[in-house]
Design a protein around this ligand. Structure first.
Ligand code: NAD
Length: 360
């Protein structure tokens, strides 16, 4: 882009001519989480390659096979060797080595807030640029004028899709009192109807969690909530004969201090809570360290805009939850991250600005 500077240059008669160049940032380390492994890799590879960067992709140790196949296909499609490189392995070893490597200019990370914090330290040597797409505890706010025929299936999908292993999962549901009973009953019915089964069986609605350990973690959150006085309305159980599965679970009576309400569970578990006034819903929705996403369910245009402006989250959906498209910037506020992916803003992550300034 050509720029005409406002400050002159002596001696008089000389002109200053300037322009900027957008240059690729350099080698990118793309570190991805276990959930949606193909999508997470694509969201980093596409803009990095468009910007002219080379990439070292480090997939999650639980789901590396997708990345291996993707890299094979890219080579087969003619991508020159060395443009995308794949390193599998554990995060604390391979991911950490990449984050510390002086030849890496940028880390594009998607994963937990906990590991995001670690990266701040390990990437500081050469002051790598970081984008951090981290965890969430996203609210779904159902206003009294919501269309329940859309809100019930939409909110249910928002939490139960991929067995809740979604960063934006609607794990806190706040319902305005007149609709609370109907919404709770609807969600319980929706949870009960979901068929659990093999992830590749088209008849299954929900597959397993990523591992039996993750299912046990989810079970511990529910047990903790029960012990603290919360009431399980649906699900709440694992399956000894299929230890990686956990039943779609709806819990009521979860207070703001419970781990069930504060921590990211990454499983098919949601808390449902009534509210009276919109201000109360906003206070509850914003009472979290996270700020990844939220949904608002209402037929009122004014309420939709008011709530969308007041919720501190990187994405606010109205009458839908977990809708994505490559054109829409996606990022987190608060401890849900730094920077955004997707859209024109997403491309910026992989470019640096150089100013060229000449006296002619
Ligand atoms: P994780 O943080 O445990 O791991 C993510 C990646 O980081 C993996 O590749 C892992 O090997 C690596 N890693 C682990 N320790 C590391 C270290 N010390 N240094 C460098 N790399 C390290 O996350 P996960 O359990 O695989 O995925 C679930 C998390 O990802 C959830 O918190 C979820 O919300 C988040 N997530 C966020 C988004 C988003 O867009 N904001 C999208 C999907 C998932």
């Amino acid at each position: 882009t050509a720029i005409t500077p406002s400050i002159g240059y002596a001696p008089a008669g000389k002109q200053v001519m300037a322009y900027t160049r957008r240059e690729p940032i350099g080698v990118v380390a793309a570190i991805t989480p276990w959930n949606s492994p193909l999508l997470m890799a694509a969201m980093k590879l596409a803009p990095a390659l468009c910007a002219g960067c080379t990439v070292v992709l480090k997939p999650a140790e639980e789901t590396s096979l997708t990345a291996i196949r993707l890299c094979e296909l890219m080579l087969e499609a003619g991508l020159p060797a060395g443009v995308v490189n794949l390193l599998t392995g554990f995060g604390a070893e391979v991911g950490d080595a990449l984050a510390r490597h002086p030849g890496v200019a940028k880390v594009a990370f998607t994963g937990s807030t906990e590991v995001g914090r670690i990266l701040l330290g390990s990437a500081r040597g050469n002051l790598k640029k970081l984008t951090l797409e981290l965890g969430g505890k996203s609210p779904a706010i159902v206003m009294a004028d919501a269309d329940l025929s859309r809100a019930i299936p939409g909110v249910a999908r928002g939490i139960f899709a991929n067995s809740g292993q979604v960063c934006v999962a609607g794990s806190r549901i706040y319902v305005q009192r007149p609709l609370y009973e109907a919404m709770a009953e609807g969600l319980v019915r929706a949870a009960g109807r979901l068929r659990l089964g093999h992830g590749l069986d088209p008849a299954s609605d929900l597959g397993p969690l990523v591992s039996p350990e993750q299912a046990a973690r989810v079970a511990a959150y529910v047990a903790g909530g029960r012990a603290a006085g919360a009431e399980v309305l649906a699900g709440g159980t694992g399956f000894p004969e299929a230890p990686a599965f956990f039943a779609p679970t709806v819990v009521a009576g979860v207070t703001p201090d419970m781990a069930l309400m504060r921590e990211e569970i990454f499983g098919p578990v949601t808390a449902i809570t009534p509210f009276d006034e919109p201000e109360e819903a906003l206070a509850l929705a914003n009472d979290t360290d996270y700020g990844l996403a939220a949904s608002v369910w209402t037929e009122s245009l004014s309420a939709a805009h008011r709530m969308a402006a007041a919720v501190r989250a990187g994405t606010v959906w109205v009458n839908c939850h977990s809708y994505f498209s490559p054109e829409l910037p996606k990022g987190g506020m608060k401890t849900s991250g730094w920077g955004v992916e997707n859209g024109p803003n997403g491309l910026e992550n992989y470019l640096e600005t150089k100013t060229v300034c000449m006296v002619v």
